[in-house]
Structures are given as C-alpha cells and as structure tokens.
Design a protein around this ligand. Structure first.
Ligand code: FAD
Length: 491
C-alpha cells in the first residue's frame, strides 16, 4: 500500500518528496491545489490505486472549456455505493473540497470539476437492473443518456431521458429533466421512485416516499445539496422507434413558426405523444438568424396530426425521421459539441406568440456589439412546460413556456461581456413578461445562469422546507455554500 501511495504522490506532484507538495502544485494549470487535499488524495490513492489519479481531465467528457481548464488535486472513480461512501469519509476527515461529476455538462469551475480539490467522477457507475415486471429500472447515476438508452433498448424499453447523448443522468435528473416523454409523465425527476444516496455523513440511505418523505421531496429538484446519489429507480416504458429530428428554417419563416409553436403548446397539448422545442439562433458566418424546430412523437408515425401544419412550411433541411431514441440523441450531441465557453440563462412565462417574438428581439438587440466576438453563437430555445409536469410538481404552477438562452463563445477575454449580455437579456425579458401579465416565477435550475436564483423561484415555503431538511441531514454543512461541495446552485 505504501508503494502505491508513494507512486501516486510522485505522479500527482511530478516531484519526489511529499513535503514539497504545496509549492510544487501551487500553479498547476489555472487552479492551486488545496493543501488539505494533498492528504485526501494520498489516502484515496492508497485505497483506490489507479482509480484515483492526478492527470486531470484525461479520458473524461467535459462539455465546457471553463470546466476543462479547471484542475483538481486528484480524480477518483468509484465503482459502487460503498466506494462513494469511503471516498466521502476520506474527504470529510481531511476537510478537502470536492465536486461530483456526472456527465460534465455544467458550465463553471467547481460545478462538477473541483478547483483544487477532489473530483468524484461517477462514470464507472453505469449498472442497469430491470425487474421482471419491466415497469422500473434501477440505474447507476454515472450513466450518460446514451449509455442508459442503449442498455434499455435491449429490453425494448426507454425512460425519461433528455435529448443529448452525452448529458449525464445525474445532473439532468437531480435538476428536473425535460424529456420527449414529459408530456405524458412529467419531468424526469417526477418519475424517480427511489434514490440510493450517500448522505453528508457518508452513510447510505435508501430514499423513497415511505422511508424518508422529506428527503424524497428534497431530491426532486434539490440538485447536489443533500448528498451523492448513486442509483435511481425510475420509470421505464416500452419503446421501439419514435419520430425525432430537427428541421431548419430561414428567418423569413419566423412568423409562421411562432404561430405553430403556440398552436403546439396550447391546441395540441392533449396529444401527449407529441413533444417539441424550437430555437432562434444567430449565425456569424451568414450574419443572420435561423430557426430550428425539433419534432418528437412517441409513436412511429412519420407525420402525426400535430405536426401537419408545421410540415407545410418550407424548410432548408431536415433530419426528421423514425429512429431509436439512442440514435436521435447522438444526432443532437453532434449539434452541441464540447469545447467552447458557454452560459445558460432562462425565463418562464405563459405561452404567447408576442412574448416569444419579443424575447427573441431582445436577444437580437443585445448582441449588436458582440457579433464579431470569436466563436459567438447565441441561441434561444423555447419549449412548453408540459401539463403532466405541472400536475406532478404543483409548485411549478400553471401552463407555461420555458425559454433557455444559450451563449457560446471562444475567448476568455469575452467572458465578462457575455455574462453581461445574458444578464441584460434576463432582466429585459423578465420585465417584458411581467408587463404582459404573463410572467411565471419558476426557473429551471438546469437552464439558469449563476446570476439567477432558481431555488428562490421554488417559492418561500418550499425553500424553507428544503433548508430545514438540509439542516437535518447535513448539520456540518458539507454540501452548503460554505462547506466542502460548493459548486452549481446552493440552497
Ligand atoms: C448540450 C446540452 C443538452 C441538454 N439537454 C437537456 C435536455 O434535453 N433536457 C434537460 O432537462 N436538460 C438538458 N440539458 C441541461 C442538463 O440537464 C444540465 O446541464 C445537467 O445538469 C447536466 O448534467 P451532467 O451530469 O451532464 O453535468 P455535471 O456537470 O456532471 O453535473 C451537474 C451538477 O449535478 C451534480 N451531480 C451530478 N451527478 C450527481 C450525483 N450522482 N449526485 C449528486 N450530484 C450530482 C454535479 O455535482 C453538478 O453540480 C442540456 C445541457 C446541455 C449542455
């Protein structure tokens, strides 16, 4: 064991003696290693051997360049719930900072890659257990959506996954989870029946409505504030091929698309086989906007009734087809490759053609001075908050449209003005939806910017309840903003 430990320290430091650690590591990449984590990493290496390593982000998918450039003292890849419990025990004993990485699609340092501490990378935890009734599956929290879809497709089953292959199940489902099945069943989090959770004191809890009603409530949207989830037991449903794909349109089709989006959100809401979202994006190379509509239909029908009018609008190109969910998710991933600098921001409002247009126009006005920024690509995605999701989570309120502003750019020097742009868009769009009497308070945590406070949007009573539950399960504050796991959104 001593040998493994010393080999680890040597690799970890790039130097021999452990005494020189702090200084040698002080400037590794753009993050200093926290001294208390040197001890934690040595201990983890002695237990986990090559599954605890210091080479940074090798063989790991991280979507955003800001997280890719974040260096941890070490990484560790647990294979079981017991491993996660052991790791958390070591981390707490050494008071080392840490982050938990699912699919790595968060956008800021410390969200899921620890800045100078330990990154717990869940990618080895990809089990799938399907009981004989095939109504639920117990799945490891380290799945990305593609690995989960592929595993379930062997049984002709699927689940409430999202659209993009390499997004992690962990972050997606702990925040909410918009799926092509959401019109039928609600958000993904509304379809988790049981969680296996490593609590902030490193013990393991099986959390369901009966065993821990408070924690069960808290985990549905509570993100990384209550411990580390190792397994989800969630709904699965039968699925063969479905309709999916995207159709792209030139800017002159905007009025027609806006009208169809409104019709799909309101008049067709009772056809719960249908889901869709659409986007309005600026393209630097053509100095113009384009629109794209993603069609989804649970059944293998090529032109189902809800999309008939939409399909009459002439398009530039289309990938709409019948296919497996897994393959559709690979297509979506190819449209959102990793590597750029990104931010998300969101507003929610009652469905309205005028408001869709106005918040798109706000984006168009606010980008004027940014158009030449290298790699700049702002895109506004709008999708319904489905009634099934509203029924399942009453706190989310009435019928709504959820807008997600995504901004992609290339250079770190532009970070500040990109953040300012997103904030300006949020403020003006929020004011516009309020003026129209159609503002909806809910902010989807997985679409929110760091300047927004999605937990506040859950409502005062829910927020107080979440904070009380956190005090009970985490009296030391390990998962709080002053604790050891500080990234993403804190209560
Ligand atoms: C290209 C792209 C496509 C997307 N498509 C969709 C979509 O179709 N529908 C939708 O609803 N959302 C979508 N999102 C948003 C997505 O759900 C969130 O970004 C989500 O948080 C990503 O999860 P992750 O595991 O990949 O990220 P990570 O960065 O690994 O994790 C995000 C947060 O969750 C925490 N976390 C992860 N796993 C665990 C765990 N097991 N226990 C405790 N905490 C954990 C992390 O610590 C981190 O704070 C998309 C995002 C991107 C970038």
């Amino acid at each position: 064991m001593a040998l493994v430990m010393s080999a680890f320290i040597t690799t970890f430091l790039g130097v021999g003696p452990a005494m020189a650690l702090g200084a040698a590591l002080a400037n590794q990449g753009n993050t200093s290693v926290l001294p208390e984590c040197v001890q934690a990493c040595s201990h983890l290496a002695s237990i986990f051997g090559p599954d605890a390593y210091s080479l940074g982000n090798a063989n790991v998918t991280l979507w955003d360049a800001k997280q890719q450039a974040t260096h941890s003292a070490c990484w560790v890849q647990p294979s079981s719930t017991e491993d996660v419990s052991t790791i958390l025990g070591v981390i707490i004993n050494t008071s080392c900072r840490f982050a938990v990485k699912g699919g790595g699609h968060a956008r800021d340092p410390d969200d899921s890659v620890s800045a100078g501490g330990v990154t717990i990378d869940m990618q080895k935890m990809r089990s799938v257990e399907v009981p004989p009734d095939q109504k639920t599956a117990k799945v490891g929290s380290g799945h990305v959506l593609l690995s989960l879809y592929e595993a379930l497709e062997k049984y002709n089953l699927t689940t409430l996954g999202g659209r993009v292959a390499d997004v992690g199940l962990g972050g997606y489902i702990l925040g909410g989870g918009f799926s092509h099945l959401s019109p039928k069943y609600g958000l993904a989090m509304d379809n988790v029946f049981e969680y296996e959770l490593v609590l902030p004191n490193a013990t393991v809890a099986i959390v369901n409505q009966e065993s821990h009603p408070d924690l069960y409530f808290a985990l549905r949207g509570g993100m990384n504030n209550f411990g580390i989830v190792t397994h989800f037991t969630m709904r699965v449903v039968r699925q063969g091929q479905m309709l999916g794909g995207v159709r792209a349109y030139t800017a002159d089709k905007r009025d027609a698309i806006l009208k169809q989006a409104y019709e799909l959100t309101t008049s067709w809401k009772n056809d719960t086989n249908m889901a869709f979202f659409y986007s309005y994006g600026y393209h630097q190379e053509r100095d113009d906007f384009t629109l794209a509509v993603n069609q989804e239909y649970y059944l293998p029908v090529l032109s189902p009734a809800p999309f008939k009018q939409l399909n009459r609008i002439p398009f530039e190109h289309s990938t709409v087809r019948l296919d497996q969910t897994s393959r559709l998710s690979i297509e979506s991933a190819s449209a959102t490759p990793p590597g750029g600098r990104n931010l998300f921001a969101t507003v929610t409002y009652s469905p309205s053609v005028d408001l869709d247009r106005q918040i798109q126009d706000i984006m168009a006005q606010e980008i004027q001075s940014l158009k030449k920024a290298p790699g700049f690509y702002p895109n506004l995605v709008i999708q319904p908050l489905y009634e099934a999701a509203i029924r399942a989570g009453k706190e989310r309120g009435g019928n709504a449209a959820v807008a997600l502003l995504t901004v992609l750019w290339g250079n770190a020097e532009d970070d500040e003005r990109m953040n300012a742009f997103a904030q300006e868009w949020v403020e003006r769009s929020t004011a516009t939806t309020k003026d129209a009497g159609k503002h909806h308070p809910w902010l989807y945590i997985n679409y929110a910017s760091k300047a927004q406070d999605p937990f506040l949007s859950y409502g005062e009573a829910n927020l107080q309840r979440l904070r009380r539950i956190q005090m009970e399960v985490d009296p030391q504050g390990v998962f709080t903003s002053d604790g050891l796991c500080r990234g993403y959104f804190k209560l």
